[in-house]
Design a protein. Structure first.
Length: 568
């Protein structure tokens, strides 16, 4: 998913927060059922008002207002409003008022609390559902005490216990449903990131950061060594608001020894608690890959103390990496939350899905590198034979023609310019052939920007079009993606020359967390104020092949801007 698509999910028109389609559909059902129950309650009041111990005219005010409240929420949801958790707390308050004015503990409207519990639990998870359950019990007791009738204590106790017990069960089931949705979404995201186009480094970094956010962890640590490698690779994803959370370093065998004290096929859970400190539970637990049960982990006291002091975390989980050639472990450290066995099991599912694909990506990279090397040799030969030689012949022909022109002829200046242009092109082609033949990484960060600036200089020198290249300092791409970016930008600059009369332009490049942003702008054209911008087909096809999007619009000062978003 590109950055633009993610923003469209988060914000609707005019800056109004938008919801994912599936969540919006759920809220529509909840709002519809709220209105249906409110109308049904009002009809029940109208049909049997005389025998329900109603508190005067208060019920005839509360019930219509609740119907109006449900209708207003349904209308607001159409405009993507009224979907916060405050709505469920208001539902509890409305139910309390209804119970208060219909007999307190004797009211048969008390099951209305279950609507708020169900909706909050399956939308917000266990914690919110448990809070709503406790609030419902308190509201039921309060309404019974404040009602005009004398509370029936046995019946009130039974109803309160029923709301509490069933509410906790609903909250538990709702929390599991929300957790399963989040887990499926995470597996889908890490599966999409396991793409050969992104490369191994980007895929691993993305997986670590997504796992850290999912578990609410303070950091994720990956220790890995490929088969035959002399050093270990240590990757970290930290909770750093400044955006510097990802780090990669090389470690020696002695440096990573404290992190590799567990068995190669063993998943480990450390969760410190009051019970474990009192000796009533085990802080260290482990599970072998072939086993289905967690067991107490007998770890040396010195090693255990060293690990807990090293991580300084309330709890952590560690799982082995399923590598065919190599070994390693993944640690998830939590400073505030307490990780569980279910978290450890889910982490094993994540690594089981991602790391076999990483090995496939590495194999594809080697195959692609070999094919690219052979292709570079072929391209270098073709450049020399079919491109450079004709330009050399053209330059010799121009030099010979210049020798035939009489001194003082006005053609001499033009011929000198053509000879100079052909010499410059020959020099650029020779440099390109040498770079290609030698297998130099052409499209790393400085070379990509330098290549784009050279193209811009050529346009300014030969055609008088001044194009500025603007890039942020964090613009860093893999060679494959950088090559595609080069082709897209080069095509955009060429379009300015071929399809506009603009003499100035600007190319802006930025690499964010989720996408590469490219903006190709040309100055407003004089004499064509109503011209409709066209969609560049070649750029659009390249962007769509990379999973990106293209938009053509207006920039500052009336300039035309082609904006490309490519996910990374």
């Amino acid at each position: 998913m590109s950055m633009l698509q993610q923003q469209q999910l988060q914000w609707g028109k005019n800056g109004v927060p938008a919801l994912p389609p599936e969540e919006h559909a759920d809220l529509q059902i909840i709002s519809g059922m709220r209105l249906f129950l409110a109308v049904t309650a009002l009809l029940a009041l109208m049909l049997n008002s005389g025998s329900q111990g109603l508190s005067g005219q208060l019920a005839w005010v509360i019930f219509p207002l609740y119907v109006l409240y449900g209708a207003v929420l349904l209308v607001l949801l159409h405009f993507h409003r009224g979907s916060g958790k405050l709505v469920y707390w208001l539902d509890v308050c409305w139910c309390g008022l209804i119970v208060l004015c219909t007999g307190g503990g004797e009211s048969y409207f008390f099951p209305g609390f279950f609507f708020a519990i169900l909706a909050s639990s399956f939308q917000r998870g266990y914690d919110e559902g448990a809070r709503i359950t406790l609030a419902s019990c308190a509201m039921l007791v309060l309404a019974s005490v404040l009602s005009e009738q004398e509370p029936n204590l046995p019946q009130l106790l039974l109803r309160t216990a029923f709301v509490l017990a069933l509410g906790c069960m609903i909250a538990c089931w709702g929390g599991l449903s929300v957790q399963h949705k989040r887990r499926l979404a995470l597996l889908r995201e890490v599966g999409q990131q396991s793409n050969p186009r992104f490369g191994v480094d980007h895929t691993v970094a993305s997986m670590l950061e997504k796992a850290r956010v999912f578990f609410g962890a303070s950091s994720c640590i990956l220790v890995m060594r490929e088969g035959g490698a002399a050093h270990w690779q240590l990757r970290t994803a930290l909770d750093d608001s400044r955006g510097n959370g990802g780090r990669v370093s090389q470690m020696s065998e002695a440096a990573v020894a404290p992190l590799m004290v567990f068995e190669a096929s063993q998943s480990v859970l450390y969760a410190s608690s009051l019970r474990s400190r009192l000796g009533l539970a085990h802080a260290w637990q482990g599970k072998a890959r072939a086993s289905a049960r967690w067991q107490r982990l007998d770890i040396d006291a010195t090693q255990g103390t060293a690990l807990t002091e090293l991580f300084d975390a309330r709890s952590f989980i560690s799982v082995p990496l399923p590598l065919h050639k190599g070994q390693g472990r993944l640690y998830v450290l939590a400073s505030t939350t307490r990780l569980s066995k279910a978290d450890a099991m889910f982490l094993t599912h994540i690594v089981a899905q991602v790391f076999p694909q990483l090995e496939n990506i590495a194999i594809l990279d080697k195959l692609a590198s070999g094919a690219a090397y052979r292709e570079r040799q072929k391209i270098a030969r073709d450049l020399h034979d079919s491109t450079i030689q004709p330009y050399i012949g053209l330059r010799h022909g121009l030099s010979a023609l210049r020798g035939k022109v009489a001194a003082g002829s006005p053609l001499l200046a033009d011929l000198d310019k053509l000879i100079d242009m052909s010499g410059q092109v020959i020099a650029d082609l020779r440099q390109m052939a040498q770079t290609v033949r030698g297998g130099k990484e052409r499209y790393d960060e400085p070379e990509l920007l330098a290549a784009l600036r050279r193209q811009a200089q050529q346009l300014k020198k030969f055609f008088g079009i001044d194009i500025e290249i603007v890039s942020d300092r964090t613009f860093l791409l893999s060679d494959r993606l950088a090559a595609e970016v080069f082709q897209i930008v080069n095509e955009g600059m060429s379009n300015i020359r071929r399809h506009t009369t603009a003499r100035e332009g600007c190319v802006r490049l930025a690499c964010g967390t989720h996408a590469v942003s490219i903006s190709i702008e040309n100055a407003a054209e004089s004499g064509a104020p109503g011209r409709v911008p066209f969609m560049p087909a070649s750029i659009a096809e390249r962007a769509q092949a990379l999973g990106g999007t293209v938009q053509v619009g207006q920039a500052a000062g009336g300039a035309t801007a082609v904006r490309i978003e490519i996910p990374v």
